[in-house]
Design a protein around this ligand. Sequence first.
Ligand SMILES: [Mg+2]
Length: 406
Amino acid sequence: MLANWPNAIALIDADYFFAHCELARHPEHRGKPLMVLGRLGSCILAKSPEAKALGIGTAMPFWEAKKLCPKGIYLQGDFRYYTLMSRRLMAVLRQWSPVVEECSIDEAFMDMGGLCDLYRLPFEAIAQKIQSEVKTALGITVSFGISVNKTLAKIACEIRKPNGVMAVPGIGIESFLATLPVGEIPGIGFNREALLQKWGIKTGLQFAHMPHDRVNRLLGQTGLQLWREMRGEVAFPLQSAAVPPKSIGRTSSFDKPTSNLDWVRGLAVYHLERALESLCDHELFAGELTLYLRDKEFKTYGFGHRFERPTSDFNEWIVAFQKLFLQIPSNHVWRSAGAFLTRLTPANGQQLDLFSDPQKSVQSDRLNQAKQKLNERFGRTTVRSGATLYFNSKCVSKNRMQMPIQ
Ligand SMILES: [Mg+2]
């Protein structure tokens, strides 16, 4: 039999994260249906519980939501703010455990091993203390699932949302899984569930009791990993060190396909600036730029430039970008554009090459840092490339909605 807590892994997931972040700074909207709109304002990205109760769903078009809920509060998503709130959330979690793995903007796994001895409290009580600390620091609620591995912790968390805590020790796994529909196991999608049902497997417990070879034959390696986790083993270890990205890309579509190259350039440069911002946030340099375009017929084009040495200097990137832009075929109607940065390396430990002017490099660094600081303080596009002005004023911004939209 499995020991009660061979490991103690928690999944902490913020409830209605984007909507609750907005309510934290707009308390006057509490209790009202509130919707957060995506970047271009065309669909619902997140909603408050009150909006959910009215039948508003994620990814619902704005016009449909407006019909269902004409008096709701509609706010445009503010991802810089949500990212800051996410960082504060993770900082609170790290005060409780040194091993925290961020898995999305509002979700993290935490190793709670040893915390009971340290605080002389059961896991549920520790989770409640962390919940109230998050509530005080950020004004939002989080749910906790605690078990012996990641998958069981995730299922437990899902069951007790919102603002709940559920702990499933080793000894409790079988009874926990006995009533769990097999399709509720993350990773068992609709197709896998249908396949398992054919073999009479309806609950998590029946799945955990399947013979190894049958799981392997039906569901392969991924299925076997989930099967092991349902049996209380660890198939997905915790990774506390953040895995650096291999590439950074930003793209989006025009409201209507266009042949206006000023707009296309504007949108692509806007995304290049966003990608470079993310590059700096990760403290990385990149050595390759790909200008990405998609035409009206959904044909994709990529134009690449490789730098002699990796950099994050916008001045170097914009020169490379302009050269790439000259290569794009004429007489095309474009539907989306963007930029991808690849060949990423850590920003520290970079050597200046023999022929570069160190004075120029320092000046450029200072300029970039000043730009970043102003944008952090006054909003992300306060200081931006002149090439994006046309894009902002004419092609998309007129369709963007101001906040709040009543
Ligand atoms: Mg969440």
